[in-house]
Design a protein around this ligand. Structure first.
Ligand SMILES: C[S@@+](CC[C@H](N)C(=O)[O-])C[C@H]1O[C@@H](n2cnc3c(N)ncnc32)[C@H](O)[C@@H]1O
Length: 434
């Protein structure tokens, strides 16, 4: 295998350092910092670029620090544990600016803030692990492979999730169940400091094993999927709030969430995003949330914007809508908002056909963005759009389309939802021109 010594120029989206081989070809080298001299093995070489593996950091950056996690470098989860947090934030900001520039954004970028995560480690309120049953391995995929890396403790996960993970490795009933299990999610219920277990299995478990698992002190409820979109559970059958997780939101709101569906991973940062959405939403009278989930960003607006006339949230996940309706009842807000199971495109089309407009539209799509909405959206969004995204490249693509549709990017915020990884969340405010 070819070896070379290269100098890292910068860190890219994805977390790799960029350098050049002696031939001038670009090479991507993970776990490096700008200006470092690194001896690499050239693992793969293509026409336009190569992939390098760092063999030795010959001239380390003065900023380099030892990564605290024993799996770092093998696990595919983290990319930035070898640098101080301030550096990680600077790198993320530079990456965001460069992505905008490379994708063709013209003019001054209205980046108004970079909001750090209050917690650097143990911020994740859920862990999703693959299960390999013959030798009971639970873990994440190894970097650059499809192989599962056995994980006994994840430093990004809340301490309580790690306690339950440890208990599962030692629990004979879980060893029985895990023989048929494929995936496992450990999800924190922060308000009562408990953990919910959700697993995917090919064969239903023996109920005696489930009973035994419920004896693990911090376990609150158990659900399992065999097939279909709805799991069996909760266990115990009389679990409070049907086994839902409980979260404090802003303005005294309490959220009730079924395990196994989407919720924001880093709750402290989620609260910061909620506050920003509320600040930017003041004055709105008719609000449409096109990827509402259970209403995470909608509820504070419903509670605070007492003059507003209409709140509609839509999502394709029926269980998220159920949680929203349940949460509205518990917080005495039913009647103030409408939550419907439908796709964002259907909701836009319906509004368009009825000639309805909304002065604030919220978007928070999955990673792929929402290009399919960009033609109808300018017909329905009369004033402001708040677009939240965990995938900057698709966000920027969609912002450029909205600019063509008559909107202007006014504010941009980087919220560091995922410290120690290359991922981050971006909130953008767009306003109709003129
Ligand atoms: C990133 S999550 C955000 C959810 C919510 N805003 C929150 O903060 O919890 C994206 C949401 O989009 C929903 N979704 C995916 N495709 C959709 C579509 N075509 N139309 C509407 N919602 C969709 C998912 O079910 C998921 O709840």
């Amino acid at each position: 295998m070819k070896e070379e010594i290269v100098t890292i120029e910068k860190v890219l989206y994805g977390g790799d350092g960029l350098a050049r081989l002696s031939s001038g070809k670009v090479v991507f080298v993970p776990y490096t910092l700008p200006q470092e001299r690194v001896k690499i093995a050239v693992m793969e070489e293509y026409r336009d670029y190569a992939v390098g593996h760092p063999l030795e950091i010959i001239e380390p950056s003065p900023e380099r620090i030892p990564p605290p996690c024993r799996y770092y470098g093998v696990c595919g989860g983290c990319q930035f544990q070898h640098m101080p947090y301030e550096r990680e934030l600077e790198i993320k900001e530079a990456i965001l600016k460069e992505l905008f520039q490379r994708q063709g954004f013209k003019g001054e970028l209205p980046l108004k803030g970079v909001i750090p995560s209050p917690k650097l480690y143990h911020y994740r309120n859920r862990l999703r692990l693959h299960v390999e049953n013959h030798i009971l391995k639970m873990g994440f995929v190894k970097r650059g492979t499809h192989e599962v890396l056995k994980i006994e403790k994840c430093l990004l996960g809340d301490e309580l999730l790690n306690e339950v993970l440890k208990a599962l490795y030692e629990n004979p009933s879980w060893i029985n169940i895990a023989f048929y299990a494929k995936r496992l999610r450990l999800e924190l219920s922060p308000l009562d400091k408990k953990v919910c277990i959700v697993f995917w299995t090919t064969l239903p478990p023996d109920k005696r094993d489930i009973k035994e698992l419920l004896k693990i002190p911090s376990v609150k409820s158990i659900f399992y999927f065999t097939r279909g979109a709805r799991p069996k559970g909760p266990y115990p059958e009389d679990a409070p709030y049907s086994g839902r997780k409980l979260f404090h939101a802003i303005l005294g709101l309490i959220y009730y969430l079924q395990p196994g569906i989407f919720n924001q991973t880093n709750w402290e940062i989620n609260l910061e995003i909620m506050k920003k959405v509320l600040e930017l939403a003041y004055g709105a009278e008719r609000v449409l949330d096109l990827h509402s989930g259970m209403g995470n960003f909608l509820f504070p607006l419903v509670k605070e914007l007492s003059e507003a006339k209409e709140f509609l949230g839509v999502d394709t996940d029926l269980r998220a809508i159920e949680d929203g309706i349940f949460t509205a009842e518990k917080n005495n807000l039913n009647g103030r908002l409408e939550l419907r199971k439908m796709s964002a495109l259907e909701a836009l089309y319906e509004a368009f056909q009825e000639g309805k407009t909304y002065d604030l539209v919220l978007l928070d799509p999955p990673r792929g963005g929402c290009k399919e909405l960009m033609r109808l959206l300018p017909e329905v969004a009369s004033h402001k759009i708040i677009y939240i995204s965990c995938d900057p490249p698709t966000l920027i693509r969609d912002i450029l389309l909205l600019e063509k549709g008559g909107f202007e990017l006014k504010d941009l915020y980087l919220f560091d939802m995922f410290p120690r990884t290359y991922h981050f969340e971006v909130l953008s405010l767009l306003q109709r021109r003129g």
